[in-house]
Design a protein around this ligand. Structure first.
Ligand code: HEM
Ligand SMILES: *[C@@H]1O[C@H](CO)[C@@H](O)[C@H](O)[C@H]1NC(C)=O
Length: 301
C-alpha cells in the first residue's frame, strides 16, 4: 500500500518534471508537491477568486464571515485526544457517518458556504479540507484589519463526521466553555483572542427575531470594537440596539477564566492580531501533520 503510493508519487513527480506541469487536479497532489516544498500555484488562482467573493466594497461580507465560521466548525471540533484524526478534515462538508455533520443544529447557516467550498474544491482540484481552511484564512486577511494566518496545505478529506459535543454552546457557563477550549490545547489568552472572530460575525438562530444582527457595530471589519462593545454590554454600559451580544461572549468578557485577557484586547488591535494568529495557526492544523504539508502563505497575498 505505502510502497505503491510511493511509486505513484515518484512517477507523478517525474511526469510533472517531464511535462513542466505545475499542478494536477488531485486531492493527493499537495502531498506530492511537498517533495519540492512549494505551494501549488492553483492556490493563487483560488485566492484571486475569493478576493471578489468575500468583499463588498471595502468591507468583508456574509460569505467571508461564513468561511471563517466554517473553519472553526470543521477544525475546532477537535480535541487533543484525537491526535492526527478529525480536526480540519472537510467532514463539516463531507461527513455522513454516523450522521450528517452539516445537518447538526450547531451547523445551521453553514449550508451555503459548504456548497461553495465543495464547488471550489472540485473546480481547482483540491481537498475540501484544504479549501475550508484556505477560504477561512483568505476571509480573515481580506477583512480590513485582519492578520495573515500562516496556512499550510495538504489535508486529507474524511466522510466520518466529527464526534459530537466538540463545539461550544452559546448558553453554556464561562467555566464549561473554558474547559472545552482547554481540551483543544487553548489557553485563556487563546480563547479570549479567538472570540474576537465575532468582530465580523452575525447571528440568525440564537434569536431569529433579531436575525442578521452583528456582534459588534463594525461587522465588515476585523477590529477590537467587539471587545469594547461586548465588555460594555457585560458591565451594564452602553447597549447598541443594532448589536446582538451573545450570552457566552458577555459571560466570558467578565469571567474569572478569561476576563482579564478579554479586557486586555480592548483598544489593542496589535496585541489581538498577534494572539489571534497564534491560536488560529494551531487550530487550522488540528488533526494534521505540518511536516507533511506545504507552506501556502505566499498565495494569501
Ligand atoms: C465560546 C465560543 C463560541 C461560541 C459560544 C460561539 C457561538 C456562535 C453563535 C451562536 C453564532 C451565531 C450562529 C447563528 O445563529 O447564525 C456564531 C457565529 C460566528 N462565529 Fe462563533 N462562537 C464561539 C467561538 C467562535 C470562534 C472561536 C470562531 C472563529 C475563530 C467563531 C466564529 C464565528 C463566526 C465568523 C460567526 C459568524 C457567522 C455568520 O455571520 O455567518 N466563533 N458563533
Ligand atoms: C437576513 O439576511 C438574509 C440574507 O443573508 C435575508 O435573506 C433575510 O431576509 C434577512 N433577514 C432579516 C430579518 O433581515
Amino acid at each position: 500500500m505505502r510502497r505503491s503510493y510511493l511509486v505513484l508519487a515518484c512517477s507523478l513527480i517525474l511526469y510533472a518534471n517531464a511535462t513542466k506541469l505545475h499542478y494536477a487536479p488531485s486531492a493527493e497532489w499537495p502531498r506530492v508537491v511537498k517533495k519540492d516544498g512549494s505551494c501549488p500555484p492553483v492556490w493563487t488562482q483560488v485566492k484571486a477568486e475569493l478576493n471578489t467573493l468575500f468583499m463588498t466594497g471595502n468591507q468583508c461580507n456574509d460569505l467571508a464571515r461564513a468561511a471563517i465560521h466554517a473553519t472553526f466548525h470543521d477544525c475546532g471540533s477537535w480535541d487533543t485526544t484525537q491526535k492526527l484524526t478529525g480536526g480540519c478534515d472537510g467532514s463539516l462538508v463531507l461527513g455522513v457517518t454516523p450522521d450528517v455533520e452539516l445537518a447538526r443544529s450547531e451547523n445551521k447557516g453553514l449550508e451555503a458556504i459548504a456548497g461553495k467550498i465543495k464547488d471550489l474544491a472540485t473546480k481547482y482540484g483540491t481537498s475540501v479540507a484544504d479549501m475550508v481552511v484556505f477560504a477561512g484564512s483568505a476571509a480573515i486577511v481580506l477583512c480590513p484589519g485582519g492578520p495573515k494566518i500562516q496556512t499550510f496545505i495538504g489535508r486529507k478529506d474524511s466522510t466520518t463526521s466529527a464526534p459530537s459535543g466538540g463545539l461550544p454552546d452559546v448558553f453554556d457557563s464561562a467555566s464549561n466553555l473554558f474547559n472545552l477550549f482547554a481540551k483543544k490545547g487553548f489557553s485563556a489568552q487563546d480563547l479570549a483572542a479567538l472570540l474576537g472572530a465575532h468582530s465580523t460575525s452575525t447571528q440568525k438562530f440564537v434569536d431569529p427575531a433579531q436575525a442578521n444582527k452583528s456582534q459588534d457595530s463594525t461587522p465588515g471589519q476585523w477590529d477590537v470594537t467587539y471587545y469594547k462593545e461586548t465588555y460594555s454590554f457585560a458591565t451594564g454600559g452602553k447597549k447598541d440596539p443594532g448589536v446582538f451580544v451573545f450570552a457566552s461572549d458577555s459571560k466570558l468578557a467578565t469571567s474569572n477564566e478569561v476576563g482579564l485577557e478579554f479586557q486586555g484586547f480592548i483598544g489593542n488591535q496589535g496585541r489581538w492580531a498577534g494572539s489571534f494568529a497564534s491560536a488560529m495557526e494551531r487550530m487550522v492544523l488540528f488533526g494534521n501533520d505540518k511536516s507533511e504539508m506545504v507552506d501556502c502563505n505566499s498565495a494569501l497575498g
